[in-house]
Design a binder for this molecule. Structure first.
Ligand SMILES: NC(=O)c1ccc[n+]([C@@H]2O[C@H](COP(=O)([O-])OP(=O)(O)OC[C@H]3O[C@@H](n4cnc5c(N)ncnc54)[C@H](OP(=O)(O)O)[C@@H]3O)[C@@H](O)[C@H]2O)c1
Length: 244
C-alpha cells in the first residue's frame, strides 16, 4: 500500500477523475476527505467506501468554504498529507462571445480554487510539520490551445502557480506537481460536440480517450514516496498528444 495512513483532500470528488482518484487512494491505504459542491450526490457516489471517506460540501472558489473544510480536516484527522486540486469547470464559449461572468467563473474555480486549497492545505501541512504533497490538475488544452480561452488560460496558469509554490514549499519538504491529462472519459466531456471530439482524438497518437483510472494511478505515484524527488513538474497523461 503506497499511501498507508496518509490523509488526503480531493476536490471535485463526486464524479470523473476526482472519484477515480478517491477510489485509488483508498485502495492504497489513505483516508480521504472528498469534497464537492453537492454533498448528497458525493456521499452517495462514494458510499461503498464506508468510513475511509469523509464527504464534505465545499466550493473551492470560496475562501470561507475552503477554510471551513480544512478546519474539519484538522478537527477530524489532526493534519493533512495530500491535496489533489481536481475540481474544475469548462464552458463552450468562443473567445469573441465570452461573457464576463463565464470568464470569472472558469478562472475563479480552476485557478482560484487551486490557489485556495493549495494555500490552506499547505498551511495545515506546515503547522503539523508533515512533508506533504500537492497535485494540481491542468490540461493538455493549456499546451495546445485546443479549448476555450478562459479554460486554456486557467490551466496554463495552474502550471505557473505549481512551479512557484513548489519552490516556496520545498524547504518545508512539501512537493507540488501538475498532472496534465489529455481528453478523458468523464461527465465533463459529455457536452463536447461529436465533430469536435473526433477532431480532438485525431491528434492523440494512442488513438483513444484516457480512462479515469489511468489518471488516478499517476496521482497515486505523484502522491507516494515513489515520486520523492519530484517537485514543480508537469506530468502529462495524454496518449502522446503534446509534449511538455
Ligand atoms: N475530462 C477531460 O478530458 C479533462 C482533460 C484535461 C483536464 N481535465 C481537468 O481534470 C479535472 C477533472 O475533470 P473531470 O473531467 O473529471 O471533471 P467533471 O467530470 O466535470 O468533474 C468535476 C467535479 O468538480 C466539481 N466542481 C465544479 N466546480 C466546483 C467547485 N467550485 N467546488 C467544488 N467542486 C466543484 C463538479 O461538480 P458539479 O458537477 O456539481 O459542477 C464535478 O463533480 C478538472 O480540473 C478538468 O479541468 C479534464
Amino acid at each position: 500500500m503506497k499511501l498507508n495512513d496518509k490523509v488526503a483532500f480531493v476536490t471535485g470528488a463526486g464524479q470523473g477523475m476526482g472519484q477515480a482518484i478517491v477510489r485509488r487512494f483508498v485502495a492504497e491505504g489513505a483516508r480521504v476527505v472528498a469534497v464537492d459542491l453537492n454533498r448528497e450526490a458525493l456521499a452517495e457516489s462514494l458510499a461503498d467506501l464506508g468510513e475511509k471517506v469523509l464527504a464534505l460540501a465545499c466550493n473551492v472558489a470560496d475562501s470561507a468554504s475552503v477554510a471551513d473544510a480544512m478546519g474539519q480536516v484538522e478537527a477530524r484527522f489532526g493534519g493533512l498529507d495530500i491535496v489533489v486540486n481536481n475540481a474544475g469547470v469548462g464552458a463552450l464559449d468562443s473567445f469573441l462571445d465570452t461573457p464576463d461572468e463565464s470568464w470569472a467563473r472558469v478562472i475563479n474555480v480552476n485557478l482560484g480554487g487551486t490557489f485556495l486549497c493549495a494555500r490552506e492545505g499547505a498551511r495545515l501541512m506546515v503547522k503539523g510539520k508533515r512533508q506533504g504533497t500537492i497535485i494540481n490538475l491542468s490540461s493538455t488544452a493549456a499546451l495546445t490551445g485546443e479549448g476555450p480561452s478562459h479554460y486554456c488560460a486557467s490551466k496554463a496558469a495552474v502550471m505557473g502557480l505549481t512551479r512557484a509554490i513548489a519552490r516556496e514549499l520545498a524547504p518545508s519538504g512539501i512537493r507540488v506537481n501538475t498532472l496534465v491529462p489529455g481528453p478523458t472519459n468523464t461527465p465533463m466531456m459529455a457536452g463536447i460536440p461529436d465533430e469536435h471530439m473526433l477532431a480532438l482524438l485525431k491528434n492523440v497518437p494512442l488513438g483513444r480517450m484516457c480512462e479515469t483510472d489511468e489518471i488516478a494511478r499517476v496521482a497515486v505515484f505523484l502522491a507516494s514516496e515513489d515520486a520523492s524527488f519530484m517537485t514543480g513538474q508537469n506530468i502529462a497523461v495524454n496518449g502522446g498528444m503534446a509534449f511538455i
